[in-house]
Ligand binder design. Structure first.
Ligand SMILES: [Zn+2]
Length: 478
């Protein structure tokens, strides 16, 4: 027997090619791609199926303390289980520093939260909220060298935000050490001022969450983030871009040759402000930041995905239950929007939604789908080529897709621990029917086959896209 596993007769797709091949797996890695491979100890017939790299979701929140009485619904088990059923094999949740906490202590805390739980592989992004001298001078550089090579910083939310001076200090460390900085770009003072004004006028229903975070507040912060990065001469990745105005700023920067990368998410393609405006409190289900915009914006985001403005398509899964005392209603059933936890679930629906509306409806090539959802996130965060592609030597992280299966998304079908999905009732064509991680079947035909804790922690390398312009490429290590 040459292989532990052979996936036969399928159509393989990578970010560059689509071809008929058998995939031979040995020791958890792809060992061969070719026609008529020798027998494997196990065989899977993938005739009429697509053999895609497992998705890499570069933006998820699991078991992250919130600072109030609310609690995230998904831990590292339910979160990774949900991801796997949606065709994803690697997730990058956040290890968030509380103000006053050491960054190292935050990382250790999240490792404890994950222990014994994940069913797929995972790495951590850091969230830097308190860039003290100790953090900047010692902890951050040491953590980057230990494999935590990306971190998110916030320009909004009182508990998380950095001022411009602090952002510059963090960007400077990223430049020196070669890490990737992800930025949440919304202008905090604009939002606070509008929120106060809306509250005084009694406009506190979930719908007004969107009104309090207008596109111009995203545009201004996006422009500022770009300018700060240009000053320091370091690439950055602007996360969860929602509006046409921010897209304009990103294109302007890219057109000037700056290394500005961008991410968008399903909520900006499939939801609008109307979803926040349902009767009563229902709109709270779709409260996230930045908020969903309108149909014209959705078209701009689609164009950005297909046209190369965006490199990464992530879920920004931030799971809160609708009912119960720990979720969206933590401050009561009629709470003002400012008291509603921000975030929506989406780790399981990310890929089927984009596959159906993007690939099946002819908006994007299959190769583009793989690039946006697997290969590029792996590159951006220093996991490529181990993750995010099907190539000899890569981990055998593979999702088998039935491109002809039609599914109506309902929450009953999903495997997260949230009691709703914002995408209830959407019909999609194309569905991941089996997910393999390092050659092991994690789930197949609706059944979970992996045991909790099998997922491995992945130290990340220094991402090539984080290199400053003009910096020489390091000599390859082989
Ligand atoms: Zn964010």
């Amino acid at each position: 027997m040459d292989f532990d596993l052979v996936i036969r007769n399928g159509t393989v797709a990578t970010a560059s090619d689509v071809f008929k091949a058998d995939v031979g797996v040995r020791g958890g890695k792809v060992a061969a791609l070719g026609e008529n491979l020798a027998a494997g100890r196990e065989e899977i017939d993938a005739a009429n199926l697509l053999v895609l790299p497992g998705g890499v979701d570069g933006h998820v929140h699991f078991d992250q303390p919130t600072g109030d009485e609310s609690e995230m619904a998904d831990d590292f088990l339910s979160g990774t289980r949900s991801a796997a059923f949606g065709g994803t094999t690697t997730v990058l949740p956040f290890a968030c520093q509380a103000k006053g906490q050491s960054l190292r202590a935050a990382v250790e805390d999240y490792h404890r939260r994950a222990e014994g739980k994940p069913v797929i592989d995972y790495a951590f992004h850091l969230i830097v909220t308190d860039p003290t001298e100790q953090v900047l001078g010692q902890e951050l550089p040491a953590l980057i060298r230990d494999g935590y090579t990306s971190f998110k910083i916030y320009m909004t939310y009182d508990a998380l935000k950095l001022n411009d001076r602090q952002i510059l200090e963090v960007l400077d460390i990223a430049r020196t050490e070669g890490a990737m900085v992800m930025m949440h770009a919304e202008n905090a003072d604009c939002i606070a001022w509008l929120t106060d004004k809306l509250e005084r006028a009694g406009q506190t229903a979930p719908f007004f969450h969107g009104v309090s975070r207008p596109r111009v507040a995203e545009r201004e912060a996006t422009h500022r983030a770009i300018s700060l990065a240009e000053l320091v001469d370091v690439p950055i990745l602007i996360v969860h871009v929602s509006g046409a105005d921010a897209v304009e700023q990103i294109r302007w920067a890219q057109g000037r040759g700056l290394r500005i990368y961008a991410e968008t998410c399903p909520q900006y393609l499939f939801l609008t402000a109307d979803d926040l405006g349902g009767d009563g409190f229902e709109g709270a289900k779709c409260i996230c930041s930045p908020p969903p915009r309108d149909a014209a914006n959705q078209r701009v985001i689609w164009d950005g995905l297909t046209g190369g403005t965006f490199q990464v398509f992530s879920s920004d899964h931030a799971p809160f239950r609708y009912d119960g005392p720990k979720g969206k209603k933590v401050a009561g059933e009629k709470a003002p929007f400012r008291c509603v936890p921000n975030g929506i679930p989406g780790v399981e629906t990310r890929l089927p939604l984009l596959f159906s509306e993007g690939v099946m409806k002819g908006r994007m090539e299959l190769t583009k789908f793989v690039e946006l959802t697997a290969t590029n996130p792996a590159r951006m965060y220093g996991l490529h080529p181990r993750k995010g592609t099907i190539a000899v030597g890569a981990d055998a992280d593979i999702a088998l897709w039935d491109p002809s299966r039609t599914v109506t998304i309902t929450n009953d079908l999903l495997h997260h621990n949230v009691d709703y999905t914002p995408y209830e009732g959407i019909e999609v064509t194309g569905w991941p029917v089996a997910t393999l991680s390092r050659g092991e079947m994690v789930c197949r035909d609706g059944a979970l086959l992996a045991s909790p804790g099998r997922g491995a922690f992945l130290p990340c390398g220094l991402p090539a896209p984080a290199r400053p312009k003009g910096a020489p490429a390091p000599v390859l290590p082989f």
